[in-house]
Design a binder for this molecule. Structure first.
Ligand code: NAD
Ligand code: DAU
Length: 357
């Protein structure tokens, strides 16, 4: 393996969101020589509470701002002597992309291009010895699988939702910046994450939240769509491994080898919570409500992560049993956080989706 890249001044975009915040906690814990600058617009999905406990760390700085703002990006890159960017900032929810695709193109495509361009200028200026740009992307860019097979890094892109199309557009720009300019960019494509700080519009935290509140549990279509679940801490470890040891220009698939049908996950979460809350086993399952399917709903995602294992020695450390149990405990212990992020704009969105129940 070639010499490891060691970031000294790392710009994380979208670090107040679910995965970005978990990643910042992870980096600051394991890399004493690294500073982290977190650039986040604090949209409905960004919450500084996710970074509680690290604001006092002198190696951490928060900047509120937009990745589409070229002047701001350039100023941060030079002022903070940034030598690496891990790019999480995005609009990330498929359902929202169906009802309002414009902001997905603006943030995910244009925002990525602005970042790439400002980083490329810094890299060619010669003012930094070495540089890395890591685009954090998704398995959804590959489209949908039938009942067998896995996405590999050479599976053709076939995005089906405005969200995944905007991520695919960004991934192609990352590829183009490497091919055209030799810019040292890398691309990860990960399966569904779960864990602490996930905004409760996504399947697992939404189900936990509604079970606790004894509200209906909306399962789309027949509930037989399949997702491959990975603990967010394992995703953070994967991103760090690619940043430090990945080959510029490379694409790396990240997944949990952990496929679940939606209905099975929902049943599992119901049963775990019945036990933890002292409710009769089976009572939460009664809240399950099959609702109209998501348009263009991808049937199955499953990742072949063998390149990560063979080239970078990465593999998931969490069993799903342990990960889901800890995650449910986290949401039970952090109901104040849930109340805070589900007030205001979220409540409007949710009621608009399903009506007040
Ligand atoms: P999230 O929605 O929880 O967080 C996104 C963050 O980006 C928020 O803090 C938000 O304020 C910020 N943001 C949005 N627009 C911005 C802008 N214009 N400028 C600056 N900041 C902005 O998302 P997440 O689930 O943490 O996902 C993070 C990244 O990982 C995304 O790029 C997503 O595509 C990718 N990804 C997510 C998953 C998953 O399961 N959640 C899986 C694979 C890949
Ligand atoms: O695969 C990676 C992707 O995983 C990421 O790129 C996305 O940012 C992330 O949001 C996630 O996308 P999904 O669409 O797979 O996640 P979501 O949690 O929205 O839905 C998971 C599955 O559960 C999907 O098949 C739709 C279904 N679902 C979801 C919700 C919110 C329901 O049945 N009911 C629901 O209420």
């Amino acid at each position: 393996m070639a010499k490891s890249f060691k970031p000294v001044s790392l710009l994380v975009t979208g670090g107040a969101g679910f995965i970005g915040a978990n990643f910042i906690h992870h980096v600051l814990q394991g890399n004493p020589g690294c500073r982290v600058i977190n650039l986040d617009l604090l949209t409905y999905a960004g919450n500084l509470e996710n970074l509680k406990g690290i604001e006092a760390d002198p190696r951490y700085e928060f900047v509120k701002g937009d990745i589409c703002d070229a002047e701001l990006i350039a100023a941060i890159l030079y002022r903070e002597e940034i030598d690496a960017v891990v790019h999480f900032a995005a609009e990330s929810h498929v359902d929202r992309s169906i009802t309002g695709p414009e902001v997905f193109v603006r943030t995910n495509v244009l925002g990525t291009q602005v970042l790439l361009e400002e980083c490329r200028k810094r890299w060619v200026s010669g003012s930094v010895a070495d540089f890395r740009f890591l685009q954090v992307s998704t398995d959804e860019v590959y489209g949908s699988l039938g009942s067998s097979g896995l996405f590999t890094e050479s599976t053709p892109l076939a995005a089906n939702s405005p969200y995944s199309a905007s991520k695919a557009g960004a991934d192609l720009l990352v590829r183009a910046y490497h091919e055209t300019y030799g810019f040292p960019a890398l691309n990860t494509r990960c399966s569904n994450n779960y864990g602490p700080y996930q905004f409760p519009e996504k399947l697992i935290p939404l189900m936990i939240h509604n079970i606790i509140a004894q509200k209906p549990l909306p399962v789309y279509g027949d509930g037989l769509n399949v997702r491959d679940w990975l603990h967010v801490k394992d995703h953070s470890r994967a991103v760090e491994a690619v940043l430090k040891n990945g080959l510029p220009g490379g694409v790396y698939n990240v997944g949990g080898n952990n496929e679940w049908r939606n209905i099975d996950i929902v049943n599992l979460v119901c049963d775990i919570l019945d036990k933890k809350l002292g409710r009769a086993l089976g009572s939460s399952r009664k809240l399950i409500t099959f609702v109209k399917d998501r348009p263009g709903h991808d049937r199955r995602y499953a990742i072949d992560a063998s390149k990560m294992r063979k080239e970078l020695g990465w593999e998931p450390s969490y069993t799903f049993e342990k990960g889901i149990d800890e995650t449910i405990d986290w949401y039970l212990d952090n109901q104040e956080w849930v109340r805070e992020v589900t007030s205001g704009a979220y409540r409007d969105y949710y009621e608009n989706m399903y009506g007040e129940r």
